[in-house]
Design a protein around this ligand. Structure first.
Ligand code: FPP
Length: 245
């Protein structure tokens, strides 16, 4: 474990959560509190996202999924949606310039078929050039909804069944888990939600069956590596029983 950055608090490097999920909430309120337009909160939130992603890698987290844009977020004003897409594009441009140094495997979780043109090309490119990195896998949930993901899995299973390639009793939870957007998306161990909201909001519904939660009133643009440390420390104090005793 000497390879990884030491945290300020006493985190046990051998009992890190394998998969951390973060709902990056509170950007709009952060901006409004400062008399700024909402998109300024997303710009600030994007900086924090980058800091936290690379910090997660440095301390040895293997899988991080961040909720960047949900299937419901299209209902926001067009201007705000465009700004979030711009923030995403800027993150990818930066990652395309630095991926050899940063060594993070980047993927997009969700129905990405809606993204076209230059943004889509950049998404595909960053996925392709970072695919071989073995350290942190960073899943950026874009146009993601947990219910959509499950329905997508059911559709896949039904198509296989129609072709006679899947029998009902072969559809176990493990088999179904491989029909979701990624066939290798591990169960999420720890879900972090800042901004004071205490809900899951359609995030990783299937993967969160036994997730531990860490909630905080901090708004996402104020989130620091020390908050991730705190969440992990708290996680390591939990007694996870997975339905056993
Ligand atoms: C929720 O806060 C946040 C979002 C819908 C967008 C999240 C985007 C970022 C953190 C920027 C990084 C994103 C990418 C694509 C790399 P909110 O706007 O709902 O905040 P509020 O509840 O205070 O209004």
């Amino acid at each position: 474990m000497g390879l990884f950055k030491k945290t300020k608090v006493n985190i046990d490097p051998d009992r890190l959560p394998n998969h951390v999920g973060i709902i990056m909430d509170g950007n709009g309120r952060w901006a409004q509190k400062r008399g700024l337009p909402r998109y300024a909160g997303h710009v600030a939130g994007a900086k924090v996202f980058k800091t936290i992603a690379y910090y997660a890698r440095d301390i040895g987290i293997k899988n991080l999924t961040v909720y960047a844009f949900s299937t419901e977020n299209w209902q926001r004003p067009q201007e705000e949606v465009s700004r979030i897409m711009k923030v995403l594009e800027e993150f990818i441009d930066d990652a395309l310039n630095t991926f050899e140094k940063e060594k993070v495997r980047i993927r997009f979780l969700g129905d990405t078929s809606v993204f076209t043109g230059v943004l889509r090309e950049k998404m595909d490119r960053i996925v392709a050039v970072t695919d071989h990195f073995p350290g942190l896998t960073l899943n950026i949930a874009m146009n993601y909804g947990g219910q959509h993901e499950i329905v997508h899995g059911v559709q896949k299973a039904m198509a296989l069944a129609q072709k006679g390639e899947l029998q009902p009793d072969e559809l176990t939870p493990d088999a179904f888990g491989k029909m979701l957007y990624f066939d290798d998306c591990d169960a999420v161990d720890l879900i972090i939600r800042p901004s004071g909201e205490l809900r899951l909001s359609n995030f990783l519904l299937w993967q969160s069956a036994y997730a531990e939660f860490w909630f905080s009133d901090i708004l996402w643009p104020d989130f620091k590596p020390a908050h991730l440390d705190q969440a992990i420390l708290e996680y390591q104090k939990r007694n996870r029983r997975f339905g056993g005793v």
